[in-house]
Write a protein that binds this ligand. Sequence first.
Ligand code: AMP
Length: 211
Amino acid sequence: MKIILLGPPGSGKGTQARFIIEKYGISGISTGDILRDEVKNKTELGLKAKEYMDAGKLVPDDLVIKMVEERLNKEGYVLDGFPRTLSQAKSLDKILDRINDRIDYVIYIDISEEEIIKRMSGRRICKDCGSVYHLLFNPPKVDGKCDLCEGELYQRDDDKEETIRKRLKVYEEDTKPLIKYYKDKGILRRVDGSKDIEEVKNTIEDIISNI
Ligand code: AMP
């Protein structure tokens, strides 16, 4: 099973990706998580990526494409946060053609800008395992601590309101064209992202059950 999760920053892609990974036992490829790891470990790639990420901009395509190519496998995966530009989508198609593979579905999580801003400012992430929480919608059992590993929760720098607005603009300009791209290929499935986490999860599972 090969799935792409598409949607604006803050639409819940990361949360839904985790559900899918756990339920179906496939791997997750989150370019945002991989990049944050690289930044944390101060690798060459991390040092290059950091300035773009902190500014709410996209990391250059060639760096991200290479990172994803190394992680694609035949067994199955859910791509979260990639592709984010038409050029990334076309590169992915080329890579998949070469290895005689294809994406089953692109699940588009559709949600308004106001809802996103409300959500993202409450988002908290575990420093150790990357689990995602929300102060209002999905609070941890103990304030500031991860339910799964007791790691400390933090707010991403790029979840601050000014950066969120910049990231939404980048999404409008660079990523939105992908909706039409995948619709034309007949593999796009839209999900209403304003519903609660559980409902979005069930809808996604219905879509996946058709594969
Ligand atoms: P995310 O966690 O998916 O919201 O990604 C956080 C940040 O990482 C983005 O704002 C970008 O700076 C960078 N990033 C993640 N995925 C990509 C991608 N596919 N292409 C370019 N930059 C990316």
